[in-house]
Write a protein of this length. Structure first.
Length: 202
Protein backbone atom coordinates (compact mmCIF):
# COMPACT_ATOMS: atom_id res chain seq x y z
CA UNK A 1 0.00 0.00 0.00
CA UNK A 2 1.40 3.38 -1.01
CA UNK A 3 0.59 5.03 2.32
CA UNK A 4 3.06 2.68 4.01
CA UNK A 5 5.78 4.60 2.19
CA UNK A 6 4.82 7.66 4.24
CA UNK A 7 6.28 5.93 7.30
CA UNK A 8 9.73 6.18 5.70
CA UNK A 9 9.72 9.92 4.92
CA UNK A 10 11.59 10.92 8.08
CA UNK A 11 14.25 8.27 7.51
CA UNK A 12 14.72 9.44 3.93
CA UNK A 13 15.36 13.03 5.00
CA UNK A 14 17.77 11.80 7.66
CA UNK A 15 19.61 9.69 5.12
CA UNK A 16 19.71 12.22 2.28
CA UNK A 17 19.36 15.53 4.13
CA UNK A 18 22.73 16.98 3.19
CA UNK A 19 22.62 15.72 -0.38
CA UNK A 20 19.09 17.04 -0.85
CA UNK A 21 20.07 20.45 0.54
CA UNK A 22 22.98 20.66 -1.88
CA UNK A 23 20.74 19.63 -4.79
CA UNK A 24 18.02 22.10 -3.80
CA UNK A 25 20.48 24.96 -3.88
CA UNK A 26 19.68 28.56 -3.00
CA UNK A 27 17.63 29.71 -5.99
CA UNK A 28 14.44 31.16 -4.54
CA UNK A 29 11.78 30.15 -7.07
CA UNK A 30 9.23 30.65 -4.26
CA UNK A 31 10.02 34.35 -3.92
CA UNK A 32 6.77 35.68 -5.42
CA UNK A 33 4.71 33.61 -2.99
CA UNK A 34 6.94 34.53 -0.07
CA UNK A 35 6.40 38.19 -0.93
CA UNK A 36 2.63 37.62 -0.90
CA UNK A 37 2.97 35.91 2.48
CA UNK A 38 5.14 38.70 3.90
CA UNK A 39 2.83 41.43 2.62
CA UNK A 40 0.17 40.21 5.06
CA UNK A 41 2.51 40.05 8.07
CA UNK A 42 3.51 42.77 10.54
CA UNK A 43 7.09 43.96 10.75
CA UNK A 44 9.31 41.72 12.85
CA UNK A 45 6.83 38.85 12.68
CA UNK A 46 7.25 35.53 14.46
CA UNK A 47 7.01 32.78 11.85
CA UNK A 48 6.60 29.05 12.40
CA UNK A 49 8.31 27.14 9.59
CA UNK A 50 7.12 23.52 9.51
CA UNK A 51 9.51 21.26 7.62
CA UNK A 52 12.16 23.97 7.70
CA UNK A 53 14.99 21.80 6.43
CA UNK A 54 18.39 23.48 6.61
CA UNK A 55 16.83 26.93 6.77
CA UNK A 56 18.03 27.65 3.24
CA UNK A 57 16.86 29.28 1.17
CA UNK A 58 13.36 30.04 2.53
CA UNK A 59 13.94 30.76 6.22
CA UNK A 60 17.08 32.65 5.31
CA UNK A 61 15.08 34.97 3.07
CA UNK A 62 12.47 35.57 5.77
CA UNK A 63 15.21 36.33 8.30
CA UNK A 64 16.77 38.83 5.86
CA UNK A 65 13.43 40.66 5.83
CA UNK A 66 13.62 41.14 9.59
CA UNK A 67 11.43 38.30 10.82
CA UNK A 68 12.06 35.70 13.52
CA UNK A 69 11.88 31.98 12.74
CA UNK A 70 10.91 28.99 14.81
CA UNK A 71 11.82 26.10 12.55
CA UNK A 72 10.59 22.55 13.03
CA UNK A 73 11.85 19.49 11.19
CA UNK A 74 11.75 15.78 11.96
CA UNK A 75 15.28 15.20 10.64
CA UNK A 76 18.08 15.87 13.11
CA UNK A 77 20.40 16.28 10.11
CA UNK A 78 18.29 19.14 8.78
CA UNK A 79 17.97 20.80 12.17
CA UNK A 80 21.73 20.58 12.72
CA UNK A 81 22.29 22.41 9.43
CA UNK A 82 19.68 25.04 10.30
CA UNK A 83 21.31 25.68 13.67
CA UNK A 84 24.67 26.06 12.00
CA UNK A 85 23.30 28.39 9.33
CA UNK A 86 21.25 30.61 11.66
CA UNK A 87 22.25 30.04 15.29
CA UNK A 88 20.30 33.08 16.50
CA UNK A 89 16.96 31.56 15.47
CA UNK A 90 14.97 28.80 17.18
CA UNK A 91 15.16 25.29 15.71
CA UNK A 92 13.41 22.22 17.07
CA UNK A 93 13.57 18.60 15.97
CA UNK A 94 9.99 17.36 16.10
CA UNK A 95 7.46 15.47 14.02
CA UNK A 96 5.01 18.19 13.03
CA UNK A 97 2.11 15.83 13.70
CA UNK A 98 2.93 15.95 17.41
CA UNK A 99 3.86 19.62 17.69
CA UNK A 100 2.59 21.53 20.70
CA UNK A 101 4.54 24.72 21.40
CA UNK A 102 1.88 26.33 23.63
CA UNK A 103 2.14 29.62 21.72
CA UNK A 104 0.87 31.26 18.58
CA UNK A 105 2.64 32.87 15.64
CA UNK A 106 2.06 35.72 13.21
CA UNK A 107 2.76 33.40 10.29
CA UNK A 108 2.80 29.66 9.66
CA UNK A 109 4.57 28.16 6.67
CA UNK A 110 4.41 24.53 5.52
CA UNK A 111 6.20 24.63 2.17
CA UNK A 112 6.95 21.29 0.49
CA UNK A 113 6.58 19.44 3.80
CA UNK A 114 2.96 18.93 4.81
CA UNK A 115 2.26 17.12 1.55
CA UNK A 116 4.46 14.18 2.60
CA UNK A 117 1.84 13.21 5.19
CA UNK A 118 -0.96 10.76 4.53
CA UNK A 119 -4.36 12.25 3.81
CA UNK A 120 -5.60 11.25 7.27
CA UNK A 121 -2.59 12.90 8.90
CA UNK A 122 -3.11 16.02 6.80
CA UNK A 123 -6.67 16.31 8.09
CA UNK A 124 -5.41 16.02 11.67
CA UNK A 125 -2.74 18.65 11.04
CA UNK A 126 -5.32 21.40 10.78
CA UNK A 127 -5.86 21.14 14.53
CA UNK A 128 -2.10 21.66 14.95
CA UNK A 129 -2.19 24.68 12.65
CA UNK A 130 -5.13 26.04 14.62
CA UNK A 131 -3.35 25.62 17.96
CA UNK A 132 -0.47 27.77 16.76
CA UNK A 133 -2.57 30.48 15.10
CA UNK A 134 -4.39 33.55 16.36
CA UNK A 135 -6.69 36.03 14.67
CA UNK A 136 -4.57 37.60 11.95
CA UNK A 137 -2.15 34.68 11.52
CA UNK A 138 -1.12 34.17 7.90
CA UNK A 139 -0.83 30.56 6.77
CA UNK A 140 0.78 29.32 3.55
CA UNK A 141 1.24 25.74 2.41
CA UNK A 142 1.75 23.65 -0.70
CA UNK A 143 -0.37 20.66 -1.68
CA UNK A 144 -1.23 18.52 -4.64
CA UNK A 145 -3.78 19.80 -7.11
CA UNK A 146 -6.30 17.01 -6.54
CA UNK A 147 -7.20 14.18 -4.18
CA UNK A 148 -4.71 11.36 -4.51
CA UNK A 149 -1.24 10.01 -3.89
CA UNK A 150 2.00 10.27 -5.85
CA UNK A 151 5.39 8.64 -5.47
CA UNK A 152 8.51 10.58 -6.30
CA UNK A 153 12.17 9.68 -5.97
CA UNK A 154 14.98 10.94 -3.77
CA UNK A 155 18.33 9.44 -4.64
CA UNK A 156 16.72 6.07 -5.37
CA UNK A 157 14.31 6.02 -2.42
CA UNK A 158 10.56 6.22 -3.01
CA UNK A 159 9.25 9.58 -1.79
CA UNK A 160 5.59 9.67 -0.76
CA UNK A 161 3.25 12.60 -1.44
CA UNK A 162 -0.49 12.91 -0.89
CA UNK A 163 -3.17 15.51 -1.33
CA UNK A 164 -6.75 16.14 -0.40
CA UNK A 165 -9.18 17.63 -2.89
CA UNK A 166 -9.12 21.45 -3.04
CA UNK A 167 -12.69 21.52 -1.76
CA UNK A 168 -11.65 19.62 1.37
CA UNK A 169 -8.75 21.96 2.07
CA UNK A 170 -11.17 24.87 1.85
CA UNK A 171 -13.53 23.17 4.31
CA UNK A 172 -10.73 22.44 6.77
CA UNK A 173 -9.37 25.97 6.55
CA UNK A 174 -12.82 27.40 7.21
CA UNK A 175 -13.37 24.99 10.10
CA UNK A 176 -10.34 26.50 11.86
CA UNK A 177 -11.24 30.10 11.08
CA UNK A 178 -9.08 30.69 8.00
CA UNK A 179 -10.19 32.44 4.83
CA UNK A 180 -8.39 31.73 1.55
CA UNK A 181 -6.62 34.85 0.31
CA UNK A 182 -5.20 33.24 -2.83
CA UNK A 183 -4.78 29.76 -4.26
CA UNK A 184 -3.17 28.77 -7.53
CA UNK A 185 -3.07 25.17 -8.70
CA UNK A 186 0.10 24.05 -10.48
CA UNK A 187 1.47 27.57 -10.67
CA UNK A 188 3.69 27.68 -13.75
CA UNK A 189 5.56 30.65 -12.27
CA UNK A 190 6.48 28.57 -9.20
CA UNK A 191 7.78 25.30 -10.65
CA UNK A 192 4.26 23.88 -10.89
CA UNK A 193 3.51 24.13 -7.17
CA UNK A 194 -0.05 24.29 -5.89
CA UNK A 195 0.01 27.02 -3.26
CA UNK A 196 -2.51 28.13 -0.64
CA UNK A 197 -2.34 31.47 1.13
CA UNK A 198 -4.85 31.99 3.94
CA UNK A 199 -5.47 34.26 6.92
CA UNK A 200 -7.15 33.46 10.22
CA UNK A 201 -10.14 35.73 10.79
CA UNK A 202 -11.97 33.86 13.57
Amino acid sequence: MQEQLADHIIDIYRKHGRAWTALRGTFLYEKTWLERFLALLPQGADILDLGCGSGLPIAGYLIEQGHSITGVDSSEVMIAMARQNFPEQTWQQCDMRHLHLARTFDGILAWDSFFHLTRAAQRSMFAVFGQHAKVGTVFMFTSGSEHGEAIGDMFGDALYHASLAPEEYRILLAQYGFVVVQMIAEDAACAGHTVWLAKKIL
